[in-house]
Design a binder for this molecule. Structure first.
Ligand SMILES: [Zn+2]
Length: 468
């Protein structure tokens, strides 16, 4: 095994990775809150975690990966304010929260598949782990870390001296009190709810009996409970988006380490934001692009993966359709070169000596805190190298693509699809609606076409149609 170096948010430095158990990696990644589609900024984080996992596998590690599904308790605000995200969406869509959870969980897993993200080994749902969550809260209660106020069970951050170590929060300013006090029952404004019984959400559909009263868990406790159930109370890596550092991950550490009395996670890793034209992409900021949005623009999901891999995961990435289209044409060109290599290499054996230095360079970049832009550059370089035979190139590409997962060896679908007349008529109607600026009609026609199994792609002068 070669050494792997990773940036640990806890120490703010790149460190050599040492596993708890020889040859094995245990990793937990915070999963989606399934009240809506994941936006492409979220998906960027899941792709970074996918690369991390595949880097370990390339190096010969056995990886155990757990990703949770948050289907209860995540409020609109991270600090226990606002309504439950699931309930809000259920009301809006006139469905039950259970239906919403099921629908968006499936949608998320489908997005992962389209992006060639490998499924986690365990994908536990919070609502299936209420027993473990209650047990953990009881442990915290016994050890004196909780208090009950206004019917809710709170975690008292003043009882945990290390609170805020991950985010390097200043204790002084934490205690000084916030200007906006959202919950008067809290002793410290940064205390957080472990279990809601009395709350403003009277119509909460998901409720369970507990020693603290009928109610439901806060958001943070599920990750502590489920990670420890599947990975034990001390594991290697915990990942998430950079926005999880100040509240979510900070609270996870406080809960877990208070309960066990020891260190919980060795390495903390966080992916940076994707910036939309209006700033950070989020569900509340208005700029909300999903993978389906990109597909409706005629962009293949793997073009988005290629675009994301062109930037280091710890750098902010500016999204624009122009940049994405640039990535798409670069990937197409790369794949057509690979197709030629594949044809010419047929039946010939690779010479491993020819690609040794390329493989070493690829490892060096990948194991240096997942430097995917350099990995892509190495891939482009070997393709251009006249001294390497096509059979050897192919061997390199095969292995590189196990990590990059761009389906580099799969041929593009080129077969022409016959478009039925009624679909063409609907598409013409939509084009007219768009010209008349009747966007509601235009959107409903696009959805209708999609429900019939075709996708309409807007072009500068007209449209194209493809089979879904
Ligand atoms: Zn989490």
């Amino acid at each position: 095994m070669k050494p792997i170096y990773l940036y640990n948010t806890m120490t703010r430095s790149v460190e050599e990775f040492h596993p708890i158990k020889e040859g094995e990696v245990s990793m937990y990644t915070c999963g989606p809150t399934v009240y809506n589609y994941a936006h492409i900024g979220n998906l960027r984080t899941f792709m970074f975690e996918d690369i991390l996992k595949k880097a370990f596998k390339r190096d010969g590690y056995k990886v155990t990966h757990v990703m949770n599904i948050t289907d209860v308790g995540h409020l609109v605000g991270d600090g226990d304010d606002g309504e439950d995200k699931m309930s809000v969406e259920a009301k809006k869509e006139k469905k039950t929260v259970w239906d919403i959870a099921k629908f968006y969980t499936e949608a998320f897993l489908k997005d992962e598949e389209k992006l060639n993200i490998e499924k986690a080994d365990f994908i536990p749902r919070a609502t299936d782990h209420i027993k473990e969550i209650i047990a953990l809260i009881e442990t915290l209660e016994k050890k004196g870390y909780t208090y009950t106020a206004n019917g809710n069970v709170y975690y008292s951050i003043d009882k945990f001296p290390n609170y805020g170590c991950l985010a390097r929060l200043d204790k002084q300013s934490l205690n000084a009190g916030e200007r906006v006090e959202v919950d008067k029952a809290k002793k410290n404004p940064h205390d957080f709810v472990l279990w809601f019984t009395n709350s403003k959400f009277e119509n909460q559909a998901m409720k369970w009996d507990s020693p603290f009263g009928v109610g439901y868990p806060g958001w943070h406790i599920e990750c502590s409970a489920m990670s420890m159930k599947y990975l034990g109370d001390h594991f290697d890596i915990h990942c998430g988006g950079i926005d999880a550092i100040p509240v979510h991950h900070t609270n996870e550490i406080a809960q877990s380490e208070a309960a066990t009395g020891k260190k919980w996670v060795n390495y903390w890793m966080h992916g940076e934001f994707l910036l939309s034209e209006k700033g950070k992409m989020s569900k509340s900021s208005g700029e909300f692009l999903t993978l389906t949005t990109l597909e409706n623009h005629g962009i293949h999901p793997l073009s988005y993966r290629y675009f994301v891999l062109g930037c280091h995961y710890r750098k902010q990435l500016q999204f624009s359709y122009d940049a994405l289209k640039g990535a798409e044409s670069a990937l197409k060109k790369l794949k057509s070169n690979i197709k030629r290599i594949k044809e010419s290499a047929e039946g010939k054996a690779p010479n491993m000596d020819e690609i040794q230095s390329y493989n070493d360079d690829f490892d060096k970049a990948l194991y240096n805190d997942l430097n995917t832009p350099i990995c892509l550059a190495i891939l482009h370089n070997i393709i251009k190298d006249d001294k390497v035979t096509d059979a050897s190139k192919l061997e390199f590409i095969k292995n590189a693509d196990k990590v990059l997962s761009l389906s580099l060896l799969e041929d593009e679908k080129t077969e022409e699809v016959e478009i039925p007349e009624d679909i063409k008529a609907l598409a013409d109607e939509r084009l007219k609606a768009k010209a008349n600026k009747d966007y509601a009609l235009s959107d409903s026609l696009r959805d209708k076409i999609l429900s019939l199994g075709y996708r309409m792609i807007d072009k500068k002068d007209g449209y194209a149609i493809e089979k879904v």
